[in-house]
Design a protein around this ligand. Structure first.
Ligand code: SF4
Length: 65
């Protein structure tokens, strides 16, 4: 099952991930994103990959467990 890793050192809080893929990302109180689950169903892999591709700072990595 795919997992989402976010690099908080490079994330600039642009919000594309949680605005465009709210099923997988939510905004924390400090405006950084966080995954909505520890792991996701395999059929969401394509959406997760798209979110990673859209991130302007390449701060999202999708890893397979
Ligand atoms: S799209 Fe990338 S830079 Fe923007 S909030 Fe999400 S992880 Fe951070």
């Amino acid at each position: 099952m795919p997992k989402v890793e976010i690099n908080y050192r490079t994330c600039t809080k642009t919000g594309q991930c949680y605005y465009l893929h709210s099923e997988a990302f939510r905004r924390r109180a400090d405006d950084h994103p966080e995954p909505t689950a520890a792991a996701f169903p395999s059929d969401q892999r394509e959406a997760l990959d798209e979110a990673a591709d859209l991130c302007p700072t390449e701060s999202i990595t999708i890893v397979d467990d």
